[in-house]
Ligand binder design. Structure first.
Ligand SMILES: Cc1ncc(C[n+]2csc(CCOP(=O)(O)OP(=O)(O)O)c2C)c(N)n1
Length: 686
């Protein structure tokens, strides 16, 4: 026998249970390879040779501890007792799978099984484990989360961010690296230069160990011990499992680049055959016992596959497809009413105000407030309302944030809920999603909206798509201090809202007044979907207005009719609202109608339609650059739906299609406002 096994004090039943757990994924895979050859399934990522890791790790955790598995971890799914017929339906893209036919292979999760599956991108799953562990820590639960990475995935920036954050925040996360020699065709010597990947642990300030990943007893025993360590000491742990990928990256891609001697060497270390031989040599299982187990597995596989292949063909239902992009807000309200969410219980519901009541409701006590203070008040009231709300961002605790919005919060709400983060936007967005898995809400402050580029993948691929993919919501708000006019140059002034408007699954809000800033932020925090909250830096201290004292929401998706006019309608948002109002005030001879969109995704088409109806001449004004800005989208919609009621072409007034220049004169020229008068005159004179 090539491998040595140490049973420690494991009873026979446990040893046999582990055998069944490692054998099942192997037998399923062997069957899948046959089905692939028969053309009955289309693609397969094989984990043959690596089963001890997924099977051992899953067995070592409690059933309600989250695992973030990858494409070779069938043993995680079978280890959590997911029925094979449903797994097959998932792989075949049937509606009865785990993702309504919307996701492929292992790219799905299941709350019931505490599995948060990968997206195709390697790396972002690691920080989600951080967020889950943070939730455990904040609620003093004695639990760990466990995330897998291949050795190739360790080269991604997300790997570094997730490990560093887990170390700095003392999070009980187990990072399991499956070092199987190749990342697609790339061997380890073209992947990294350190001698062993586990050597990286010391750089992060965490404990680590390299183990034989083909020995299920080693994997099981190590992870059991590491789990206890993580819980007791509230720290992460790094485990490098040495193993080998016995088949191609996926079945169609072959293995020509792998020297045959390696297959021979690692073939001798087969994790299933060796464990089986050891069980026999120790008289724990007889050949007849083994035959019986195999035969039971075979019967199970055959009958489950029969059920799985009988799944009906998918019939697309457009309404359902579109609806499932978002978690319905009403579902969450219901949850609050019946108090079913473990943590998602707000102490009271916010009142929902319409446009008129903010300024005219005599029942409401209002005070004049700066835009900045309105945001602060929304956050403050939300922190009081939701004991499960966590704020995260660079320098937001003692320092109060780059703009001082959260100044004083840490003293009132503590370091647990007002969290300074390391410089790692991607990991923090990922952690926010992890918090959401465990019923927490979070608001992340981007120090400047510009820096969202380094957290982009997590936002547009994880947060935005997860509800549609497998019904998990992402209860996250990202605050985006945005906009120019402050002489801050190309990387502290951008308007990047259009990137997110193009991403189904996100909501995008962009207030222009203090009352809206407060009400929309409260609404965003109460909304279970990911919301990008754009706050214009130039408005922080320059704009005042009445703000009700109450805890209230402005409904997301509703525009505000700012003023009525007969000549032209200006449809705008953010700083554009103030440009338009100033322009109208300076030109009393023109009767200008102004619509403040307030929400860019979803758009208030009813209000847009009404604005067209009022004047028949529409000007779309935004600070964002022209090409690909949201003005183009609205113009197209108006052309499609309101053509007969137009008296002129829809005009756009936007910033120049250049980066934002630093010099204040150049910046003034860049901004849309510089061309507002000319555009208004052109429209009037059409
Ligand atoms: C961000 C990203 N870049 C590239 C890919 C394409 N890709 C899929 S798997 C893979 C190799 C991964 O190697 P490793 O992390 O070692 O895992 P293994 O496949 O060996 O289990 C690559 C390059 C990807 N999925 N994600």
């Amino acid at each position: 026998m090539t491998m040595q096994f140490d049973r420690k004090d494991l009873p026979k039943e446990e040893l046999v249970a582990l055998y069944k757990k490692i054998l099942l994924p192997r037998m399923i895979e062997e069957k899948m390879l046959v089905l692939l050859r028969q053309g009955r399934i289309s693609k397969w990522f094989s984990g043959i040779g690596q089963e001890a890791i997924a099977a051992g790790a899953t067995a070592a955790l409690q059933q309600d501890e989250w695992i973030m598995p990858l494409h070779r971890n069938l043993g995680v799914f079978t280890g959590r007792n997911m029925p094979l017929h449903k797994l097959l339906m998932q792989w075949q893209g049937s509606k009865e799978g785990y993702s309504n036919g919307r996701e492929r292979s292992f790219h799905f999760g299941s709350r019931e099984h505490h599995i948060c599956g990968m997206i195709s991108h390697l790396g972002p799953q690691l920080a989600i484990a951080d967020g889950v562990a943070l939730a455990h820590k904040l609620s003093s639960q004695k639990k760990v989360s466990l995330a897998f990475s291949g050795e190739g995935g360790t080269s991604e920036g997300d790997f570094h961010e997730a490990l560093n954050t887990a170390a700095v925040w003392d999070l009980p996360v187990i990072f399991v690296i499956e070092n199987n020699g190749y990342g697609l065709s790339t061997p380890v010597n073209e992947q990294y230069r350190c001698k062993h990947l586990v050597d990286k642990a010391i750089g992060y300030g965490m404990e680590g160990v390299q183990i034989d990943g083909n020995n299920i007893l080693t994997v099981y025993d190590t992870i059991k011990g590491v789990r206890e360590y993580c819980i007791q000491y509230q720290k992460p742990y790094f485990i490098e499992c040495m193993t080998f990928r016995m088949r191609g990256h996926e079945e169609a891609s072959g293995t020509k680049y792998v020297p045959p001697a390696l297959f021979e060497e690692w073939g001798k270390k087969d994790p299933v055959k060796n464990y089986e031989a050891w069980l026999q040599s120790e008289n724990i299982l007889s050949p007849a016992d083994i035959e019986q187990i195999k035969s039971a597995h075979k019967d199970y596989i055959e009958s489950e596959l029969k059920t799985g292949f009988a799944a009906p063909a998918v019939v697309a239902d457009t309404e359902e497809e579109v609806k499932d992009v978002y978690r319905q807000v009403s579902d969450v309200r219901h949850e609050i009413e019946i108090g079913s969410g473990r943590l998602a219980v707000g102490s009271k519901q916010a009142i929902v105000l319409d446009n008129a009541s903010v300024t005219h409701d005599s029942q409401l006590t209002s005070h004049d407030k700066k835009f900045f203070d309105a945001i602060k008040e929304a956050l403050h009231q939300s922190m009081q309302q939701h004991s499960n709300l966590v704020l995260m961002g660079q320098d937001i605790a003692e320092y109060g944030g780059a703009f001082k919005i959260t100044d004083g919060f840490v003293h009132e709400f503590g370091k647990g809920r007002v969290r300074n983060t390391p410089l790692c936007e991607s990991a923090i967005v990922g952690a926010a999603l992890g918090l959401s898995l465990e019923g927490y809400k979070s608001v992340m402050e981007m120090q400047f909206a510009d820096f969202v580029t380094v957290g982009f993948n997590q936002i547009v691929n994880n947060l935005a798509k997860i509800h549609y993919r497998w019904g998990q919501h992402a209860d996250v708000v990202i605050r985006m201090p945005t906009g120019g006019g402050v002489g801050a140059g190309p990387f502290h002034s951008q308007s990047n809202e259009a990137w997110f408007v193009h991403t189904p699954g996100l909501k995008v809000v962009y207030p222009a007044t203090p009352a809206d800033a407060k009400g929309l932020l409260i609404a965003a925090i109460n909304d279970p979907n990911p919301v990008m909250y754009f706050e214009h830096k130039g408005l922080y201290r320059s704009i005042n207005g009445p703000v009700p004292e109450a805890y209230y929401e402005i409904e997301i998706g509703r525009a505000r009719h700012v003023r009525s006019g007969d000549d032209i309608s200006i449809i705008t948002y953010g700083a554009g609202v103030h440009w338009a109002e100033d322009y109208a005030a300076g030109h009393p001879e023109i009767s200008i109608d102004i619509l403040d969109l307030r929400t860019l995704l979803p758009l208030d088409y009813e209000a847009i339609d009404a604005a067209v109806e009022r004047t028949g001449k529409v000007l779309l004004l935004h600070e964002d650059t022209l090409t690909g800005g949201i003005g183009g989208e609205i113009a197209a919609w108006i052309a499609e739906h309101c053509f007969e009621r137009l008296d002129a072409p829809v005009l756009r007034c936007a910033s120049l299609d250049t980066p934002i220049p630093f010099n204040i004169e150049l910046e003034k020229n860049f901004l849309a406002n510089a061309r507002l008068d000319a555009t208004v005159q052109k429209l009037l004179n059409y």
